[in-house]
Design a protein around this ligand. Sequence first.
Ligand SMILES: Cc1cc2nc3c(=O)[nH]c(=O)nc-3n(C[C@H](O)[C@H](O)[C@H](O)COP(=O)(O)OP(=O)(O)OC[C@H]3O[C@@H](n4cnc5c(N)ncnc54)[C@H](O)[C@@H]3O)c2cc1C
Length: 508
Amino acid sequence: MKNNFNQSRIRICNKKPVLSNAKYVLYWMQANRRFTWNHSLDYAVQVAKELGKELVVYEGLRMDYPWNSKRIHKFILEGMIENSKEAERISANYWCFVETPKNPARGLLKKISQDAAVIITDDFPCFIIPEQIAKLSEKVDCQLVAIDGNGIIPLSEYGTFASAARVLRTRIHKLFANHYISRAKPHYKKGELASLNKGTKAPFQNFAGLDSELIASLEEIPFTNQIDPVDGVKGGRSQALKILKEFLENKIIRYETDRSKPDHPESVAVSNLSAYLHFGHISAEEIITAVLDWSDNFYTKGKSTTWTPAVLNLDFRGKRENFYSPLSAANSYLDEIITWRDTAYQLFWHKREFRKNTDILPDWVKANFARHKKDKRDFHYTKEEWQNSKTHDPIWNAAQTELVTTGRMHNYMRMLWGKKIIEWSPTIEEAFDLLEEFNNLYAYDGRNPNSYAGILWCFGLFDRPWFPERNVLGNIRYMSSDSTKKKFKLKGYLDYIDTLSERQGSLF
Ligand SMILES: Cc1cc2nc3c(=O)[nH]c(=O)nc-3n(C[C@H](O)[C@H](O)[C@H](O)COP(=O)(O)OP(=O)(O)OC[C@H]3O[C@@H](n4cnc5c(N)ncnc54)[C@H](O)[C@@H]3O)c2cc1C
Protein backbone atom coordinates (compact mmCIF):
# COMPACT_ATOMS: atom_id res chain seq x y z
CA MET A 1 0.00 0.00 0.00
CA LYS A 2 1.26 3.44 -0.86
CA ASN A 3 0.63 6.21 1.57
CA ASN A 4 2.50 9.00 3.25
CA PHE A 5 2.50 7.42 6.70
CA ASN A 6 5.78 7.39 8.64
CA GLN A 7 7.28 4.05 7.56
CA SER A 8 9.28 3.59 10.72
CA ARG A 9 6.06 3.18 12.70
CA ILE A 10 4.93 0.28 10.49
CA ARG A 11 5.70 -3.39 11.18
CA ILE A 12 4.26 -5.93 8.78
CA CYS A 13 3.69 -9.00 10.94
CA ASN A 14 3.05 -11.74 8.38
CA LYS A 15 3.56 -12.50 4.72
CA LYS A 16 -0.14 -12.60 3.84
CA PRO A 17 -1.77 -10.44 1.15
CA VAL A 18 -4.16 -7.53 1.44
CA LEU A 19 -7.47 -9.12 0.40
CA SER A 20 -9.07 -6.68 -2.00
CA ASN A 21 -12.38 -8.61 -2.10
CA ALA A 22 -12.86 -8.59 1.67
CA LYS A 23 -15.43 -6.45 3.37
CA TYR A 24 -13.61 -4.08 5.67
CA VAL A 25 -10.35 -2.81 7.12
CA LEU A 26 -10.17 -3.92 10.73
CA TYR A 27 -8.47 -1.79 13.37
CA TRP A 28 -7.94 -4.00 16.41
CA MET A 29 -7.54 -1.48 19.25
CA GLN A 30 -5.50 -3.22 21.96
CA ALA A 31 -3.18 -0.71 23.61
CA ASN A 32 -4.07 2.75 22.28
CA ARG A 33 -7.57 2.61 23.68
CA ARG A 34 -8.65 6.01 22.34
CA PHE A 35 -9.92 7.83 19.23
CA THR A 36 -7.54 10.78 19.39
CA TRP A 37 -3.76 11.12 19.03
CA ASN A 38 -3.69 7.56 17.75
CA HIS A 39 -1.26 6.63 14.96
CA SER A 40 -2.85 3.20 14.46
CA LEU A 41 -6.26 4.74 13.91
CA ASP A 42 -4.78 7.34 11.55
CA TYR A 43 -3.11 4.59 9.54
CA ALA A 44 -6.28 2.47 9.48
CA VAL A 45 -8.28 5.47 8.22
CA GLN A 46 -5.73 6.10 5.46
CA VAL A 47 -5.73 2.46 4.38
CA ALA A 48 -9.53 2.19 4.42
CA LYS A 49 -9.76 5.31 2.24
CA GLU A 50 -7.13 4.02 -0.13
CA LEU A 51 -8.82 0.64 -0.51
CA GLY A 52 -12.31 2.16 -0.62
CA LYS A 53 -13.40 -0.09 2.25
CA GLU A 54 -15.40 0.24 5.41
CA LEU A 55 -13.39 0.75 8.60
CA VAL A 56 -14.34 -1.38 11.60
CA VAL A 57 -12.74 -0.56 14.95
CA TYR A 58 -12.75 -3.53 17.32
CA GLU A 59 -11.94 -3.08 21.01
CA GLY A 60 -12.27 -6.21 23.12
CA LEU A 61 -11.76 -7.11 26.74
CA ARG A 62 -11.23 -10.71 27.75
CA MET A 63 -11.59 -11.83 31.33
CA ASP A 64 -8.61 -14.17 31.66
CA TYR A 65 -5.55 -11.96 31.15
CA PRO A 66 -2.70 -12.31 33.68
CA TRP A 67 -3.29 -10.45 36.96
CA ASN A 68 -6.93 -9.83 36.04
CA SER A 69 -9.04 -8.23 38.77
CA LYS A 70 -12.07 -6.04 39.26
CA ARG A 71 -9.66 -3.14 39.90
CA ILE A 72 -8.06 -3.29 36.47
CA HIS A 73 -11.19 -4.33 34.64
CA LYS A 74 -13.27 -1.42 35.88
CA PHE A 75 -10.58 1.05 34.80
CA ILE A 76 -10.50 -0.38 31.27
CA LEU A 77 -14.29 -0.56 31.00
CA GLU A 78 -14.61 3.09 31.96
CA GLY A 79 -12.34 3.86 29.03
CA MET A 80 -14.50 1.72 26.74
CA ILE A 81 -17.65 3.54 27.81
CA GLU A 82 -16.05 6.80 26.72
CA ASN A 83 -14.86 5.25 23.49
CA SER A 84 -18.43 4.21 22.65
CA LYS A 85 -19.56 7.82 22.99
CA GLU A 86 -16.64 9.17 21.01
CA ALA A 87 -17.17 6.60 18.23
CA GLU A 88 -20.76 7.76 17.96
CA ARG A 89 -19.69 11.39 17.77
CA ILE A 90 -17.23 10.82 14.93
CA SER A 91 -19.49 8.16 13.31
CA ALA A 92 -16.93 5.34 13.52
CA ASN A 93 -18.17 1.76 13.21
CA TYR A 94 -16.97 0.68 16.66
CA TRP A 95 -17.40 -2.90 17.82
CA CYS A 96 -16.96 -3.16 21.52
CA PHE A 97 -16.81 -6.59 23.10
CA VAL A 98 -16.66 -7.46 26.78
CA GLU A 99 -16.25 -11.11 27.63
CA THR A 100 -18.33 -12.63 30.41
CA PRO A 101 -18.98 -16.31 31.25
CA LYS A 102 -22.23 -16.10 29.24
CA ASN A 103 -20.56 -14.25 26.40
CA PRO A 104 -17.24 -16.05 25.70
CA ALA A 105 -14.49 -14.58 23.52
CA ARG A 106 -13.19 -17.87 22.15
CA GLY A 107 -12.63 -17.72 18.38
CA LEU A 108 -14.22 -14.28 18.10
CA LEU A 109 -11.23 -12.35 16.82
CA LYS A 110 -10.53 -14.99 14.18
CA LYS A 111 -14.16 -14.83 13.13
CA ILE A 112 -14.20 -11.07 12.64
CA SER A 113 -10.82 -11.28 10.92
CA GLN A 114 -12.32 -13.46 8.20
CA ASP A 115 -13.96 -10.43 6.56
CA ALA A 116 -10.90 -8.21 6.88
CA ALA A 117 -8.88 -7.03 3.90
CA VAL A 118 -6.10 -6.07 6.27
CA ILE A 119 -5.84 -5.91 10.06
CA ILE A 120 -4.14 -3.00 11.78
CA THR A 121 -3.23 -3.07 15.44
CA ASP A 122 -1.15 -1.31 18.12
CA ASP A 123 2.50 -2.36 18.43
CA PHE A 124 2.80 -2.25 22.21
CA PRO A 125 5.98 -4.16 23.11
CA CYS A 126 5.00 -5.70 26.46
CA PHE A 127 2.46 -7.80 28.43
CA ILE A 128 0.47 -10.29 26.32
CA ILE A 129 0.21 -8.03 23.29
CA PRO A 130 3.29 -9.18 21.29
CA GLU A 131 2.20 -12.83 21.67
CA GLN A 132 -1.38 -12.02 20.71
CA ILE A 133 -0.22 -10.23 17.57
CA ALA A 134 2.11 -13.10 16.62
CA LYS A 135 -0.66 -15.66 17.12
CA LEU A 136 -3.29 -13.80 15.13
CA SER A 137 -0.90 -13.03 12.30
CA GLU A 138 -0.43 -16.77 11.77
CA LYS A 139 -4.12 -17.63 11.99
CA VAL A 140 -5.55 -15.09 9.56
CA ASP A 141 -5.50 -15.06 5.76
CA CYS A 142 -4.84 -11.34 5.35
CA GLN A 143 -1.98 -9.00 6.13
CA LEU A 144 -1.58 -7.90 9.75
CA VAL A 145 0.19 -4.62 10.39
CA ALA A 146 1.30 -3.36 13.80
CA ILE A 147 1.73 0.39 14.25
CA ASP A 148 4.10 1.83 16.83
CA GLY A 149 2.38 4.82 18.36
CA ASN A 150 4.05 4.47 21.74
CA GLY A 151 5.78 7.82 21.75
CA ILE A 152 6.97 10.78 19.70
CA ILE A 153 9.91 8.85 18.26
CA PRO A 154 9.17 5.45 16.68
CA LEU A 155 11.11 2.83 18.63
CA SER A 156 12.70 1.38 15.47
CA GLU A 157 14.46 4.73 14.93
CA TYR A 158 16.60 4.31 18.02
CA GLY A 159 18.97 1.77 16.48
CA THR A 160 20.86 -0.61 18.73
CA PHE A 161 19.86 -1.33 22.33
CA ALA A 162 20.73 1.59 24.63
CA SER A 163 22.16 0.31 27.90
CA ALA A 164 21.56 3.54 29.82
CA ALA A 165 19.18 6.50 29.71
CA ARG A 166 22.05 8.86 28.93
CA VAL A 167 22.81 6.86 25.76
CA LEU A 168 19.23 7.11 24.57
CA ARG A 169 18.91 10.79 25.54
CA THR A 170 21.48 11.78 22.93
CA ARG A 171 19.59 9.84 20.23
CA ILE A 172 16.25 11.31 21.33
CA HIS A 173 17.58 14.85 21.10
CA LYS A 174 18.82 14.18 17.59
CA LEU A 175 15.52 12.70 16.39
CA PHE A 176 12.99 14.76 18.33
CA ALA A 177 12.34 17.73 16.02
CA ASN A 178 11.68 15.62 12.92
CA HIS A 179 9.18 13.38 14.64
CA TYR A 180 7.50 16.11 16.64
CA ILE A 181 6.16 17.58 13.43
CA SER A 182 4.48 14.32 12.43
CA ARG A 183 2.51 13.54 15.57
CA ALA A 184 -0.82 11.73 15.38
CA LYS A 185 -4.05 13.57 14.56
CA PRO A 186 -5.29 15.28 17.73
CA HIS A 187 -8.98 15.24 16.95
CA TYR A 188 -11.54 13.76 14.58
CA LYS A 189 -14.44 16.08 13.80
CA LYS A 190 -18.08 15.20 14.44
CA GLY A 191 -19.16 12.69 11.78
CA GLU A 192 -15.68 12.63 10.20
CA LEU A 193 -15.59 8.85 9.78
CA ALA A 194 -19.16 8.55 8.45
CA SER A 195 -17.97 7.92 4.90
CA LEU A 196 -16.01 4.87 6.14
CA ASN A 197 -18.94 3.47 8.12
CA LYS A 198 -21.29 1.23 6.15
CA GLY A 199 -23.04 0.04 9.28
CA THR A 200 -21.88 -3.60 9.17
CA LYS A 201 -23.08 -5.19 12.39
CA ALA A 202 -20.80 -6.96 14.85
CA PRO A 203 -21.32 -10.75 15.05
CA PHE A 204 -21.73 -10.44 18.82
CA GLN A 205 -23.62 -8.36 21.29
CA ASN A 206 -21.92 -4.97 21.47
CA PHE A 207 -21.03 -3.53 24.85
CA ALA A 208 -23.16 -0.44 24.45
CA GLY A 209 -21.28 1.66 26.95
CA LEU A 210 -23.89 1.89 29.67
CA ASP A 211 -22.88 2.23 33.31
CA SER A 212 -25.34 -0.55 34.16
CA GLU A 213 -23.50 -2.93 31.79
CA LEU A 214 -20.24 -2.11 33.51
CA ILE A 215 -21.66 -3.02 36.91
CA ALA A 216 -23.26 -6.21 35.56
CA SER A 217 -20.05 -7.42 33.89
CA LEU A 218 -17.99 -6.77 36.99
CA GLU A 219 -20.45 -8.85 39.00
CA GLU A 220 -20.59 -11.74 36.51
CA ILE A 221 -16.87 -12.25 35.88
CA PRO A 222 -15.06 -14.79 38.10
CA PHE A 223 -11.82 -12.81 38.47
CA THR A 224 -8.73 -14.82 39.43
CA ASN A 225 -7.62 -12.10 41.84
CA GLN A 226 -9.92 -10.50 44.39
CA ILE A 227 -8.60 -6.94 44.20
CA ASP A 228 -11.20 -4.22 44.52
CA PRO A 229 -11.26 -0.99 42.55
CA VAL A 230 -10.05 2.04 44.50
CA ASP A 231 -12.67 4.61 45.44
CA GLY A 232 -12.31 7.75 43.39
CA VAL A 233 -10.07 6.21 40.70
CA LYS A 234 -11.68 6.29 37.30
CA GLY A 235 -10.35 5.25 33.91
CA GLY A 236 -10.97 6.98 30.59
CA ARG A 237 -9.80 9.91 28.56
CA SER A 238 -11.80 12.69 30.18
CA GLN A 239 -10.43 11.76 33.60
CA ALA A 240 -6.90 11.72 32.15
CA LEU A 241 -7.43 15.19 30.68
CA LYS A 242 -8.75 16.49 34.00
CA ILE A 243 -5.64 15.18 35.78
CA LEU A 244 -3.36 16.66 33.11
CA LYS A 245 -5.03 20.07 33.46
CA GLU A 246 -4.65 20.01 37.24
CA PHE A 247 -0.99 19.00 36.87
CA LEU A 248 -0.23 21.87 34.48
CA GLU A 249 -2.09 24.43 36.56
CA ASN A 250 -0.81 23.51 40.00
CA LYS A 251 2.00 21.01 40.08
CA ILE A 252 4.40 20.90 37.17
CA ILE A 253 6.15 24.08 38.18
CA ARG A 254 7.34 22.24 41.33
CA TYR A 255 8.12 18.97 39.50
CA GLU A 256 11.89 19.20 39.53
CA THR A 257 12.14 20.08 43.21
CA ASP A 258 9.17 18.26 44.78
CA ARG A 259 8.73 15.15 42.66
CA SER A 260 10.80 12.89 44.86
CA LYS A 261 9.58 13.90 48.32
CA PRO A 262 7.12 11.29 49.64
CA ASP A 263 4.02 13.08 50.93
CA HIS A 264 0.24 13.14 50.69
CA PRO A 265 -0.54 12.61 46.97
CA GLU A 266 -2.17 16.03 46.75
CA SER A 267 1.14 17.63 47.70
CA VAL A 268 3.41 15.50 45.52
CA ALA A 269 4.20 17.33 42.30
CA VAL A 270 3.81 14.45 39.84
CA SER A 271 1.34 13.96 37.01
CA ASN A 272 -0.33 10.69 38.13
CA LEU A 273 -0.88 9.81 34.49
CA SER A 274 1.00 6.51 34.26
CA ALA A 275 -2.11 4.31 34.45
CA TYR A 276 -3.85 6.34 31.72
CA LEU A 277 -0.72 6.07 29.59
CA HIS A 278 -0.55 2.35 30.19
CA PHE A 279 -4.11 1.69 29.05
CA GLY A 280 -3.78 4.14 26.19
CA HIS A 281 -6.52 6.45 27.48
CA ILE A 282 -4.14 9.32 26.80
CA SER A 283 -1.11 9.38 24.52
CA ALA A 284 2.41 10.38 25.48
CA GLU A 285 2.41 12.68 22.44
CA GLU A 286 -0.57 14.59 23.76
CA ILE A 287 0.97 15.06 27.21
CA ILE A 288 4.35 16.09 25.77
CA THR A 289 2.65 18.60 23.46
CA ALA A 290 0.64 20.05 26.35
CA VAL A 291 3.76 20.39 28.51
CA LEU A 292 5.76 22.05 25.72
CA ASP A 293 2.90 24.47 25.00
CA TRP A 294 2.59 25.18 28.71
CA SER A 295 6.32 25.95 28.94
CA ASP A 296 6.17 28.22 25.92
CA ASN A 297 3.19 30.01 27.32
CA PHE A 298 4.82 30.37 30.72
CA TYR A 299 8.07 31.68 29.32
CA THR A 300 6.52 34.15 26.93
CA LYS A 301 3.98 35.22 29.55
CA GLY A 302 1.00 34.09 27.51
CA LYS A 303 2.07 35.68 24.21
CA SER A 304 2.41 32.33 22.47
CA THR A 305 0.69 29.03 23.15
CA THR A 306 2.21 26.73 20.58
CA TRP A 307 5.69 25.37 21.07
CA THR A 308 7.71 24.62 17.94
CA PRO A 309 11.02 22.78 17.50
CA ALA A 310 12.62 26.18 16.79
CA VAL A 311 12.69 26.59 20.60
CA LEU A 312 15.03 23.59 21.02
CA ASN A 313 18.39 24.60 22.40
CA LEU A 314 20.79 22.47 20.39
CA ASP A 315 23.75 23.47 22.56
CA PHE A 316 22.19 21.23 25.21
CA ARG A 317 21.83 18.11 23.08
CA GLY A 318 22.33 15.06 25.29
CA LYS A 319 21.85 17.07 28.49
CA ARG A 320 18.90 16.95 30.85
CA GLU A 321 18.73 20.71 31.23
CA ASN A 322 17.65 23.44 28.82
CA PHE A 323 17.12 21.29 25.75
CA TYR A 324 13.34 21.52 25.29
CA SER A 325 12.72 24.75 27.14
CA PRO A 326 14.39 27.38 29.29
CA LEU A 327 12.09 26.18 32.11
CA SER A 328 13.77 23.52 34.23
CA ALA A 329 10.43 22.10 35.44
CA ALA A 330 9.47 21.31 31.85
CA ASN A 331 12.85 19.73 31.00
CA SER A 332 12.77 17.65 34.10
CA TYR A 333 9.28 16.27 33.38
CA LEU A 334 10.01 15.71 29.69
CA ASP A 335 13.14 13.78 30.54
CA GLU A 336 11.03 11.30 32.51
CA ILE A 337 8.20 10.89 30.03
CA ILE A 338 10.51 10.78 27.00
CA THR A 339 13.97 9.54 28.00
CA TRP A 340 13.13 7.20 30.87
CA ARG A 341 9.90 5.93 29.37
CA ASP A 342 11.49 5.26 25.99
CA THR A 343 14.49 3.59 27.66
CA ALA A 344 12.01 1.11 29.11
CA TYR A 345 10.06 0.66 25.88
CA GLN A 346 13.20 0.10 23.77
CA LEU A 347 14.24 -2.61 26.21
CA PHE A 348 11.23 -4.62 25.11
CA TRP A 349 11.47 -3.54 21.50
CA HIS A 350 14.95 -4.94 21.15
CA LYS A 351 14.55 -7.96 23.34
CA ARG A 352 11.32 -9.40 22.00
CA GLU A 353 12.47 -12.78 23.26
CA PHE A 354 12.80 -11.31 26.78
CA ARG A 355 10.86 -13.61 29.10
CA LYS A 356 10.57 -11.06 31.88
CA ASN A 357 13.11 -12.32 34.37
CA THR A 358 16.58 -11.43 35.60
CA ASP A 359 18.36 -12.98 32.56
CA ILE A 360 18.40 -9.58 30.91
CA LEU A 361 20.65 -8.03 33.57
CA PRO A 362 24.12 -7.01 32.34
CA ASP A 363 27.06 -9.31 33.06
CA TRP A 364 28.54 -7.12 35.82
CA VAL A 365 25.23 -7.32 37.71
CA LYS A 366 24.96 -11.08 37.28
CA ALA A 367 28.56 -11.51 38.49
CA ASN A 368 27.80 -9.22 41.42
CA PHE A 369 24.80 -11.26 42.56
CA ALA A 370 26.68 -14.53 42.01
CA ARG A 371 29.38 -13.25 44.41
CA HIS A 372 26.76 -12.43 47.03
CA LYS A 373 24.47 -15.41 46.55
CA LYS A 374 25.35 -16.97 49.89
CA ASP A 375 25.35 -13.74 51.93
CA LYS A 376 23.28 -13.93 55.07
CA ARG A 377 19.91 -12.17 54.71
CA ASP A 378 19.10 -10.10 57.79
CA PHE A 379 15.36 -10.70 57.51
CA HIS A 380 13.07 -13.41 56.15
CA TYR A 381 9.39 -13.01 55.37
CA THR A 382 6.64 -15.19 54.02
CA LYS A 383 4.71 -13.97 51.00
CA GLU A 384 1.75 -13.32 53.27
CA GLU A 385 3.86 -11.11 55.54
CA TRP A 386 5.18 -9.12 52.60
CA GLN A 387 1.72 -8.80 51.13
CA ASN A 388 0.11 -7.62 54.37
CA SER A 389 2.83 -5.05 55.19
CA LYS A 390 4.10 -7.10 58.12
CA THR A 391 7.86 -6.51 57.94
CA HIS A 392 9.94 -4.97 60.75
CA ASP A 393 10.27 -1.75 58.73
CA PRO A 394 7.42 0.77 59.05
CA ILE A 395 8.59 2.74 56.01
CA TRP A 396 8.58 -0.33 53.77
CA ASN A 397 5.21 -1.35 55.21
CA ALA A 398 3.84 2.11 54.40
CA ALA A 399 4.87 1.80 50.75
CA GLN A 400 3.31 -1.65 50.44
CA THR A 401 0.09 -0.39 52.07
CA GLU A 402 -0.05 2.47 49.61
CA LEU A 403 0.29 0.06 46.69
CA VAL A 404 -2.31 -2.41 47.92
CA THR A 405 -4.93 0.12 48.95
CA THR A 406 -4.53 2.84 46.32
CA GLY A 407 -3.15 0.99 43.27
CA ARG A 408 -0.16 3.30 43.07
CA MET A 409 3.06 4.04 44.92
CA HIS A 410 5.14 7.17 45.24
CA ASN A 411 8.09 6.94 42.81
CA TYR A 412 10.86 7.31 45.41
CA MET A 413 9.16 4.79 47.70
CA ARG A 414 8.86 2.42 44.77
CA MET A 415 12.64 2.36 44.42
CA LEU A 416 13.19 1.78 48.14
CA TRP A 417 10.43 -0.86 48.17
CA GLY A 418 12.10 -2.80 45.36
CA LYS A 419 15.60 -2.57 46.82
CA LYS A 420 14.45 -3.93 50.19
CA ILE A 421 12.64 -6.90 48.65
CA ILE A 422 15.90 -7.81 46.93
CA GLU A 423 17.93 -7.37 50.11
CA TRP A 424 15.60 -9.47 52.28
CA SER A 425 14.69 -12.27 49.85
CA PRO A 426 16.56 -15.61 49.84
CA THR A 427 17.44 -15.32 46.12
CA ILE A 428 17.25 -12.64 43.45
CA GLU A 429 14.89 -14.83 41.42
CA GLU A 430 12.42 -14.93 44.30
CA ALA A 431 12.76 -11.19 44.74
CA PHE A 432 12.01 -10.60 41.06
CA ASP A 433 8.94 -12.85 41.14
CA LEU A 434 7.55 -11.08 44.19
CA LEU A 435 8.17 -7.62 42.75
CA GLU A 436 6.60 -8.55 39.45
CA GLU A 437 3.56 -10.06 41.10
CA PHE A 438 2.88 -7.23 43.56
CA ASN A 439 3.55 -4.50 41.03
CA ASN A 440 1.40 -6.05 38.32
CA LEU A 441 -1.37 -7.24 40.57
CA TYR A 442 -2.01 -4.06 42.54
CA ALA A 443 -0.70 -1.12 40.51
CA TYR A 444 -3.02 0.42 37.95
CA ASP A 445 0.03 1.21 35.84
CA GLY A 446 1.55 -2.31 36.11
CA ARG A 447 2.16 -4.78 33.25
CA ASN A 448 3.97 -2.05 31.33
CA PRO A 449 7.56 -1.81 29.98
CA ASN A 450 8.13 0.72 32.79
CA SER A 451 7.11 -1.91 35.34
CA TYR A 452 9.94 -4.20 34.26
CA ALA A 453 12.46 -1.42 33.70
CA GLY A 454 11.62 -0.02 37.15
CA ILE A 455 11.89 -3.39 38.86
CA LEU A 456 15.09 -4.30 37.03
CA TRP A 457 16.57 -0.89 37.77
CA CYS A 458 16.41 -1.92 41.44
CA PHE A 459 18.66 -4.86 40.45
CA GLY A 460 21.12 -2.55 38.67
CA LEU A 461 19.81 -2.40 35.09
CA PHE A 462 20.56 0.97 33.43
CA ASP A 463 22.67 1.87 36.49
CA ARG A 464 26.39 1.65 37.36
CA PRO A 465 28.37 -0.05 40.16
CA TRP A 466 28.27 1.74 43.53
CA PHE A 467 30.75 1.61 46.41
CA PRO A 468 31.32 0.44 49.10
CA GLU A 469 30.39 -3.14 48.29
CA ARG A 470 27.68 -4.29 50.69
CA ASN A 471 26.10 -7.44 52.00
CA VAL A 472 23.64 -9.07 49.50
CA LEU A 473 23.42 -6.09 47.12
CA GLY A 474 27.18 -5.95 46.56
CA ASN A 475 27.90 -3.07 44.18
CA ILE A 476 24.26 -2.41 43.33
CA ARG A 477 23.01 1.01 44.43
CA TYR A 478 21.89 0.76 48.05
CA MET A 479 18.87 2.49 49.59
CA SER A 480 17.59 2.36 53.14
CA SER A 481 14.65 3.56 55.17
CA ASP A 482 17.03 5.34 57.56
CA SER A 483 18.56 7.42 54.79
CA THR A 484 15.08 8.10 53.39
CA LYS A 485 14.02 9.39 56.82
CA LYS A 486 17.09 11.63 56.92
CA LYS A 487 16.58 12.88 53.38
CA PHE A 488 12.88 13.74 53.64
CA LYS A 489 10.39 14.74 56.30
CA LEU A 490 8.07 11.74 56.06
CA LYS A 491 5.30 12.82 58.43
CA GLY A 492 2.88 13.87 55.70
CA TYR A 493 3.37 10.58 53.86
CA LEU A 494 3.10 8.39 56.96
CA ASP A 495 0.00 10.25 58.21
CA TYR A 496 -1.59 9.66 54.83
CA ILE A 497 -0.72 5.96 54.95
CA ASP A 498 -2.27 5.74 58.42
CA THR A 499 -5.57 6.86 56.94
CA LEU A 500 -5.28 4.03 54.39
CA SER A 501 -4.22 1.29 56.79
CA GLU A 502 -7.72 0.91 58.24
CA ARG A 503 -8.99 -0.03 54.79
CA GLN A 504 -6.39 -2.73 54.22
CA GLY A 505 -7.33 -5.61 56.55
CA SER A 506 -6.02 -9.09 55.85
CA LEU A 507 -5.96 -10.25 52.26
CA PHE A 508 -6.25 -13.90 53.20
C1 LIG B 1 10.11 -0.89 41.34
C2 LIG B 1 9.50 0.06 40.34
C3 LIG B 1 8.36 -0.31 39.66
C4 LIG B 1 7.79 0.56 38.72
N1 LIG B 1 6.67 0.15 38.07
C5 LIG B 1 6.09 0.96 37.15
C6 LIG B 1 4.92 0.55 36.47
O1 LIG B 1 4.40 -0.53 36.71
N2 LIG B 1 4.38 1.39 35.53
C7 LIG B 1 4.93 2.62 35.28
O2 LIG B 1 4.40 3.34 34.42
N3 LIG B 1 6.05 3.02 35.91
C8 LIG B 1 6.64 2.24 36.86
N4 LIG B 1 7.76 2.68 37.50
C9 LIG B 1 8.37 3.98 37.16
C10 LIG B 1 7.79 5.20 37.94
O3 LIG B 1 7.72 4.88 39.30
C11 LIG B 1 6.40 5.59 37.47
O4 LIG B 1 6.39 5.73 36.06
C12 LIG B 1 5.89 6.90 38.04
O5 LIG B 1 5.98 6.88 39.45
C13 LIG B 1 4.44 7.07 37.62
O6 LIG B 1 3.83 8.16 38.24
P1 LIG B 1 3.47 9.49 37.45
O7 LIG B 1 2.68 9.17 36.23
O8 LIG B 1 2.89 10.43 38.43
O9 LIG B 1 4.92 9.94 37.00
P2 LIG B 1 5.53 11.37 36.62
O10 LIG B 1 6.67 11.62 37.54
O11 LIG B 1 4.50 12.40 36.52
O12 LIG B 1 6.18 11.06 35.19
C14 LIG B 1 5.45 11.17 33.97
C15 LIG B 1 5.60 9.91 33.18
O13 LIG B 1 6.97 9.67 32.87
C16 LIG B 1 7.24 8.28 32.87
N5 LIG B 1 8.19 7.98 33.94
C17 LIG B 1 8.37 8.64 35.11
N6 LIG B 1 9.34 8.04 35.84
C18 LIG B 1 9.76 6.99 35.11
C19 LIG B 1 10.75 5.98 35.33
N7 LIG B 1 11.50 5.95 36.42
N8 LIG B 1 10.92 5.04 34.37
C20 LIG B 1 10.18 5.06 33.23
N9 LIG B 1 9.23 5.99 32.97
C21 LIG B 1 9.03 6.94 33.91
C22 LIG B 1 5.91 7.58 33.15
O14 LIG B 1 5.31 7.25 31.93
C23 LIG B 1 5.14 8.65 33.89
O15 LIG B 1 3.75 8.49 33.83
C24 LIG B 1 8.37 1.82 38.46
C25 LIG B 1 9.52 2.19 39.15
C26 LIG B 1 10.09 1.32 40.09
C27 LIG B 1 11.32 1.76 40.81
